[in-house]
Write a protein that binds this ligand. Structure first.
Ligand code: CS2
Length: 468
């Protein structure tokens, strides 16, 4: 491995390759060789091992097709990832990689579901995978199953480095509000439950968990992209990616060790990440969430079809303008401008972002992306009608899917939660009173649960003929 300074990433999916690795590429293009930074990408889950093994054969290099809303595309060669590892069946990889003092920071994308948080933001330590990892760290042997176990092993390796050189910035880049503080808190709970007070103290003294907001719509790479890239560049790349030409990365200025000077390529370092993430999660991710299920039920395949459907477009306008924007209280930039940029990005048909990608993992996304908007409206005495209508479609989607009346390639490790509602005598009430989904809201606003239940019944009826 080179002597360059290094970042490590957990979870090397398309998003990471189109975002953090892209920014590092842009930075390296401006720096002399000796000042460049490189990424070591680490895969953590056996079910995602295929991509890392393909990327490894290319020494981490790949093409990124970056597409504007008018279809103009550039093909960018990315080689800021120069080392790929798979820790999913061999945790010693983690010890080896993190024992190198050139590593200064870890970035993470393991999806919203990868954090195992319960409704109070505490670590869900009842979960069998978390229990398993607590034992792994207690015994200091075995293969972890979650981010927490891997991170603990990484930090145990850092702890052994000479004083000061082990300090590490751990930057989560997933769409959770307050993401860094949540991870910080949950990880420390994990370590204390594993009974390792020395690691706990060391982490408090040597690790920071900055919050961040990340943005780039990165579809699942379509099968014909390999051929497209070959024709455009003459290179055979087994795993190219594509994405929109919009990008944004806002990260809290809180680093435990050196960090690449990414402000040179447009990254914002600030103390007020919260305002950015709140606007992004509620305006962009909330809209993605709410239109994907109704769009799927209408037979659409790509997200731009949703925003081209006048009825859905109007529901989304009401959601944004009547329910989201009025309940965003800290506004460091113009919300209406921000919304219209997002709407034009949603309409980009050339990236053909699939509803299938956006629809997955809904059970862990709902409390992040949509619930706060419902809550803030109820708290100001306003009935969020658009949200309610669209949540009813989400429930109808899950119900028709579980009953096998509607076919859709839906992936969600928490699907069993929906399956449990559907076998109850009254599935609608089981949903509207589920404490993990509503996080106490149904108790505070029982009338709202009733309104929603009525809306769901009407919605289910409206699909009776289409999905008998
Ligand atoms: C999407 C995001 O997964 C989702 O639900 O909303 O992947 C979205 O495309 C990105 O956050 C855009 O930055």
């Amino acid at each position: 491995m080179s002597d360059h300074k290094r970042l490590v990433h957990f979870g090397i999916g398309a998003f990471h390759r189109g975002h953090q690795a892209y920014y590092l590429q842009k930075l390296n293009e401006q720096l002399p060789d000796e000042d460049r930074w490189y990424y070591t990408g680490i895969n953590l889950r056996a079910e995602t091992s295929e991509l890392p093994s393909m990327l490894k054969r290319q020494n981490g290099a790949y093409y990124f097709k970056r597409i504007a809303p008018n279809g103009d595309a550039e093909y960018i060669q990315i080689n800021s990832i120069d080392s790929i590892e798979d820790a999913s069946s061999d945790v010693s990889v983690i010890r080896r990689v993190f024992s190198c003092p050139n590593v200064k920071a870890l970035t993470i994308t393991v999806t919203e579901g990868g954090y195992y948080l319960n409704d109070n933001d505490e670590l869900n330590s009842e979960h069998p995978e978390i229990q398993h990892d607590i034992e792994v760290i207690r015994q200091q042997s075995g293969q972890p199953a979650t981010l927490y176990g891997y991170l603990a092993i990484a930090l145990l390796a850092r702890q052994k480095l000479a004083s000061g050189s082990g300090s590490l910035t751990v930057a989560t880049c997933d769409n959770l509000r307050n993401n860094g503080n949540r991870l910080d808190n949950a990880f420390k709970q994990f370590v204390s439950q594993a009974g390792n007070d020395i690691l706990l103290k060391w982490t408090c003294d040597n690790v920071t968990f900055p919050c961040s907001m990340v943005d780039r719509i990165t579809p699942v790479p379509p099968a014909n992209l390999v051929e497209d890239v070959r024709q455009a560049t003459g290179v055979s790349d087994a795993c190219p990616i594509m994405g929109e030409d919009f990008e944004q990365w806002v990260i809290q200025d809180s680093f435990a060790n050196e960090f690449p000077p990414l402000e040179k390529v447009g990254v914002t370092f600030t103390q007020n990440v919260h305002a950015y993430e709140e606007a992004k999660i509620r305006i962009l991710n909330g809209a993605h969430f709410l239109l994907s299920y109704v769009g799927a039920l209408r037979g659409y395949v790509t997200y731009d079809q949703n925003v081209r459907d006048p009825e859905l477009n109007e529901w989304l306008r009401r959601y944004h303008q009547n329910e989201v924007i009025p309940t965003i209280y800290d506004r460091p930039f113009d919300m209406e401008d921000y919304r219209s940029t997002i709407l034009s990005r949603f309409g980009n048909a050339y990236i053909a972002d699939s509803i299938e990608r956006i629809a997955m993992d809904s059970i862990s996304k709902f409390p992040q992306f949509v619930l706060p908007t419902v809550r803030l409206n109820l708290e100001r005495g306003y009935m969020p009608e658009a949200a309610t209508k669209l949540i009813a479609h989400w429930f109808a989607f899950l119900s028709l899917l579980v009953e096998k009346r509607f076919r859709f390639n839906y992936r969600d490790p928490y699907l069993y939660v929906a399956e449990k509602w559907m076998v109850q005598e009254d599935p609608v009430t089981a949903f509207t009173k589920d404490p993990d989904i509503w996080q106490g809201l149904n108790k505070r606003f029982p009338l709202y649960s009733e309104t929603l239940a009525k809306e769901i019944r009407l919605t289910l009826e409206s699909y009776q003929e289409r999905y008998p």
